[in-house]
Design a protein around this ligand. Structure first.
Ligand code: FAD
Ligand code: NAP
Length: 339
């Protein structure tokens, strides 16, 4: 086997749940050539490949009998600037939050609501990352991906990515596309999105009346630090379930018994329910089984207190799903990618 591939590598430092499984083979790619070399070598030896970025949206339930290829490519560049609209491109291995900070330091707005999301630029399109009323599709212009079936490069426009709520063409076709770099259209003028959750209130508490994009980013970082566990201190993969979108008739039925139901009307007449609220109502908040648990402040986040296995976390998630289905008639879909 290749001298460049490490063998039997613990993936504990490479997934934010901190799950201690092993990769049969492990390597990093710093540029397109290294990606191609790793894929060609793996194909030649009939070894499957699992591409990862920051490992912040993974649930690893067993040793990985593949080559784990960690994207470590770097590079940020401005492609065009008409004085107002600025197109930037970032390599897949760039860590997301430092990229957001870099864009703000260039005086560019558009990514501020997506501050402090872990992971890499290359994984961001996978589930069309979103927070506080903004998704990457709102500022996305294109990406370049390698077709792992044909070995050809392909540029995708916004329309071709099939972005939806925490979903994309890439997530729906796992293993087909390896995202190499992503392009965003940012702006020298901020179009503020402050009406989501406590963002406006936090800015006003901070005495900010006319926020800059940097102010919004700072406010969102402070809210997130209060509510969300830092994976360095407590293993987690962020929200473990997507917020379910249900028919109005089901939302009305639940509201009859639970007048405090948190439900947001959608354009198509359905309602998005806050999954965390449902889980909390069902009594799971702070629940712990061994080292697998539900976070004490945010019921949507499952946590690893130290030695939990992926199987234990998955079993806990399945119990929650069954309970929410029984109590409310609502199916919760897991958000992290299960391996
Ligand atoms: P990984 O976990 O490494 O991979 C995720 C998936 O993408 C895997 O299937 C992997 O195979 C695939 N993949 C990775 N890189 C590539 C590539 N270059 N090409 C093709 N496929 C690839 N998500 C949100 O949407 N909003 C949030 O606000 C948010 N907050 C979070 C807060 C915390 C504390 C944590 C731990 C997670 C949060 N997440 C959030 C989830 C996660 O951070 C994002 O989904 C992030 O984009 C995952 O990036 P990653 O590099 O860690 O991906
Ligand atoms: P929150 O503010 O407590 O709100 C609870 C839920 O209600 C959120 O999930 C959000 O849905 C929804 N919501 C709130 N205000 C809304 C509005 N005005 N219109 C429509 N929906 C609204 O949520 P939180 O847990 O602290 O997270 C804050 C933001 O960060 C959310 O956008 C959340 O998605 C994002 N986040 C995501 C992850 C992840 O891993 N995916 C982890 C942490 C935080 P949406 O989730 O659909 O936005």
């Amino acid at each position: 086997m290749s001298g460049q591939w490490q063998q039997q590598v613990s993936l504990k430092p490479y997934n934010t749940f901190g799950i201690d499984v092993k990769a049969r083979f492990f390597t990093e790619a710093h540029n397109d050539d290294e990606v191609r070399q790793a894929l060609a070598q793996a194909a030649g030896q009939d070894v499957p490949v699992l591409v990862i970025g920051g490992g912040s949206n993974l649930l690893l339930t067993a040793d990985v009998q593949s080559l784990v290829l960690r994207m470590a490519s770097r590079g940020l560049r401005i492609l065009s600037d008409d004085g107002e609209r600025v197109v930037v491109e970032a390599e897949a291995g760039e860590p997301w939050h430092p990229f957001v900070q870099w864009s703000l330091s260039q005086g560019l707005a558009g990514l501020e609501n997506l501050s402090l999301i872990p992971g890499t630029v290359g994984a961001a399109p996978m589930q069309n990352i979103g927070a506080y009323g903004v998704e990457i599709k709102d500022v996305f212009v294109g990406l370049t991906a390698l077709d792992r079936q044909t070995g050809e490069l392909r540029d995708f426009s916004l329309e071709e990515c099939g972005f939806a709520y925490r979903d994309s063409l890439f997530k729906r076709n796992p293993g087909r596309w390896l995202i190499l770099r992503v392009r965003f259209a940012l702006s020298r003028m901020m179009h503020a999105h402050l009406d989501y959750g406590p963002v406006r209130q936090r800015l006003s508490e901070q005495g900010v009346d006319q926020p800059t994009a940097q102010n919004v980013s700072d406010a969102i970082c402070s809210i997130r630090r209060e509510k969300l566990p830092d994976p360095i201190e407590l293993g987690n993969a962020g929200s473990f379930f997507k917020n379910p979108v249900v028919a109005a008739v089901l939302a009305d039925k639940i509201r009859l018994q639970h007048p405090g139901l948190v439900a947001y009307p959608q354009a198509d007449g359905q309602y998005k329910l806050a999954a965390g609220w449902l889980i909390e109502q069902a009594g799971w908040k702070g629940h712990r089984e061994g080292d697998a648990g539900v976070h004490r402040l945010q019921s949507l986040v499952l946590v690893n207190y130290g030695q939990a296995t992926g199987v234990q976390l998955h079993q806990l998630a399945q119990k929650i799903q069954a309970d929410i289905l029984e109590r409310f008639g609502v199916e919760l879909e897991m958000e992290p990618n299960l391996y």
